[in-house]
Design a protein around this ligand. Structure first.
Ligand code: HSE
Length: 300
């Protein structure tokens, strides 16, 4: 029996639209017993609504990988424990895809490297900003090149914590991408290039005072504010109560704030209260940054 643990991820980090992300210590796990009749069992706080049949995304991803490498589909007993809330901007679909690929690769005797798995994951997900940190851990940059995605780990273990404030509403990524205009103005492109560069410097030099400016964006957050009442006010509340920086997590509706590692913080409560004032119920979690990415272990 073996188990794969895949972290939640927060993409964009403000200006790094579709290319920057970080892995968080909140996990889905996949437990696999080989040579058993096919069965999918679901566990965890977010199992409701997840299919336990062949339409399951983890299982479909595993089958896709075996097709790709011409490996015969084995019969397995699978348990999926889902602790990452779905459709909230915390990388639940990337966790399913990365988990499925890592599992299927292991079962087939590991013919693919991590970099090769990343290319398959990117093709399935459509953008690499969640799948890269889900595979590698840390704070990552995904660079589109002629030979596929080039993953870079900006910092594996930053000296900060993440506050994720999760509204109890779902937001479909397709809808949140659909409202973005297909073209951007040059001044907005310049704004995001400069801010993503500043953000990179903040992480590499561990100069977290730069995050406040470095996490600002013009390409997607304001545009998505109409989908998430109180979005901009809640990010401002996080900054006012001591966050280094704050941004929409992925395509939302979760909001991310980065805070000092050491102290107690008023940031979680201020974010929840501000959303509540806009009619949105939310819960906040304070999470460490995951340093490993998807990992596997043999159990039992
Ligand atoms: N970069 C993507 C977006 C993340 O903002 O649409 C989706 O999870």
């Amino acid at each position: 029996m073996f188990r794969i643990k895949i972290p939640a991820t927060s993409a964009n980090l403000g200006p790094g639209f579709d290319c920057m992300g970080m892995a968080l210590q909140l996990y889905n796990t996949i437990t696999i017993e080989k040579n058993r009749p096919f069965r999918i069992s679901l566990a965890g706080s977010y199992r409701d609504g997840i299919p336990a049949d062949e339409s399951n995304l983890v299982w479909r991803t595993m089958c896709h990988f075996w097709d790709l490498i011409h490996y015969p589909t084995p019969t397995l007993d699978l348990t999926f424990e889902n602790c990452i809330p779905p459709a909230r901007g915390l990388g639940s679909s990337s966790a399913a895809i990365v988990g499925g690929l890592v599992a299927a690769n292991l079962i087939a005797g590991s013919p693919y490297t991590k970099l090769e798995l990343l290319q398959v994951a990117d093709a399935l997900e459509g953008h690499p900003d969640n799948v890269t940190p889900a595979l590698y851990g840390g704070v990552t940059l995904s660079v589109p090149t002629e030979r596929g995605v080039l993953p870079r780990i900006l910092v594996q273990s930053p000296n900060l914590k993440a506050v994720v404030t999760i509204p109890d509403t779902h937001l479909n990524t397709k809808r949140a991408r659909g409202i973005l205009p297909p073209e951007v103005h040059r001044k907005d492109a310049v704004f995001n290039i400069s801010h993503a560069s500043l953000l990179t410097e903040a992480f590499i030099r561990e100069e977290y005072s730069l995050l406040r400016e470095g996490m600002r964006d013009t390409l997607h957050q304001n545009q998505r504010a109409s989908l998430i009442p109180g979005l901009l006010e809640t990010l401002e509340a996080a900054l006012q109560t001591g966050a280094y920086g704050a941004a929409l997590s992925g395509s939302g509706p979760t909001l991310l704030a980065l805070i000092p590692n050491s102290s107690e913080s008023d940031v979680p409560q201020s974010m929840v209260t501000t959303l509540k004032n806009h009619g949105i119920n939310a819960q906040s979690m304070v999470l460490e940054i995951d340093v490993n990415g998807a990992s596997s272990s043999i159990t039992g």
